[in-house]
Write a protein that binds this ligand. Structure first.
Ligand SMILES: Nc1ncnc2c1ncn2[C@@H]1O[C@H](COP(=O)(O)OP(=O)(O)O)[C@@H](O)[C@H]1O
Ligand SMILES: [Mg+2]
Length: 381
């Protein structure tokens, strides 16, 4: 892990009147940039050739002579062959010269790798650098470990031979890198049959099967709870809630049962590739529990991953028939579904802040608050 003093040294070299918010141009970059612009920061998107259009062309910021934004929110781009090139010292230097505070999104950690994020990337990150690793399912101190320590509810693990109810088998997709090769089973027999079929179809591979996490399938709706923890005000905020469109699962759900039964071998097993998001709220009696989950998570991060969570995080939950939450995934950073509240905010964030408040904007607001209180060091790692 990069020594904290090194990051603070970079920060001390920054012109605080000209800070810029930067991020990998993917995942939640538009929300991050939109929020930054709302809070009067310039933005910089690190683009990869072949997937740059939304950022360099369609959401590019146009400003008037006074610097007010007329359209868009991406002020500047760094064009790279591949995202991991952002790690090159020359590129890091360019970002530093532009006084860039970097927002770590999932594309940053997935494409650049956690090791490099921890050891090579010396820009100040808006968030908790050490916690990013907890997202790597299967690591020693992964999010399941942390949930256990915190006493938070998660779907219990089940051994393949012991499957006696619907389970989710979680493993990476063999071909679509960074996607999932998840499947469900309700018995050991079904597990073996499906694993065989998916192996033959190249959806999963043997390594994946051996390292897979098998856990109880929680039957119920999915809520991604998008929170924010401010180390300055020491307050937890529920900014919004999103849920996802997943292919091909959502297509399956839109088929009547007789049609589902006609699906062939290639179509029968849904995949869980996220391809969109929607907004949601919770019934009010569940909000109490939602805040308790966040309190327990924040406290556990402060105990086991000092200094603990900084800024946005997302508890990905299912609610069962008895209205119990189960956390099946944790993003210790800006969630992937926050574009759903970009520019318009979300009922909870807006109600709290009495203005449009998205996760991206809340992040930028935290920088503003830190600047006013001369404590920027508290929110970077
Ligand atoms: N235990 C579970 N019970 C029911 N559905 C689950 C469970 N775990 C995951 N899912 C489903 O699988 C999807 C992806 O799961 P997740 O653990 O978030 O994977 P990833 O780490 O790739 O984001 C979720 O959106 C949810 O629909
Ligand atoms: Mg997830």
């Amino acid at each position: 892990m990069i020594d904290r003093s090194k990051v603070l040294e970079v920060l001390r070299g920054y012109d605080l009147k000209n800070l810029r918010i930067g991020m990998i141009a993917s995942h939640s970059a538009l929300d991050t940039a939109d929020g930054a612009v709302e809070e009067n920061f310039k933005t910089l998107a690190v683009c990869q050739e072949g997937r740059e259009k939304p950022y360099i062309k369609y959401f590019r910021a146009e400003r008037d002579q006074k610097g007010n934004v007329i359209t868009g929110m991406i002020d500047e781009v760094m064009m790279l062959k591949r995202f991991p090139d952002v790690l090159d010292p020359e590129n890091q230097d360019i970002l530093k010269e532009k006084n860039t505070l970097f927002v770590p999104n999932r594309s940053f950690t997935s494409y650049c790798g956690i090791d490099a994020v921890e050891d090579q990337f010396t820009l100040p990150l808006l968030g908790s650098r050490n916690l990013l690793r907890s997202e790597e399912r299967g690591d020693k101190r992964d999010y399941y470990w942390l949930l256990e320590k915190a006493g938070l509810p998660y779907p219990e693990p089940i051994e393949a031979e012991d499957i006696n109810q619907l389970v989710m088998v979680k493993l990476p997709h063999a071909v679509k890198t960074l996607e999932r090769g998840f499947f469900t089973a309700a018995s050991y027999e079904e597990y073996c049959q499906k694993a065989d079929l998916l192996l033959r179809q190249n959806v999963i591979d043997q390594d994946g099967i051996e390292l897979a996490r098998i856990e109880r399938y929680v039957i119920g709706p999915v809520f991604n709870l998008d929170y924010f923890y401010s180390p300055i005000t020491k307050r937890i905020e529920l900014i919004g809630i999103d849920w996802r469109f997943e292919t091909s699962l959502d297509g399956h759900c839109r088929l009547p049962a007789p049609q589902q039964l006609t699906l062939n071998e290639q179509q029968i097993n849904p995949e869980y590739t996220v391809c969109g998001h929607n907004s949601a709220t919770l019934r009010e009696s569940l909000l109490e529990k939602a805040f308790v989950l966040a309190e327990m998570y924040v406290e556990a991060t402060q105990e086991y991953y000092k200094p603990g969570i900084i800024g946005p995080f997302c508890l990905q939950t299912c609610v069962d028939k008895d209205l119990n939450f189960y956390i099946y995934d944790v993003a210790p950073r800006i969630g992937g579904g926050t574009n759903v509240h970009m520019a318009v905010g979300h009922p909870y964030g807006n109600a709290l802040w009495r203005t449009n408040m998205s996760t991206g904007r809340r992040l930028a607001r935290e920088v503003r608050i830190a600047l006013e209180n001369d404590c920027l060091e508290q929110i970077v790692t």
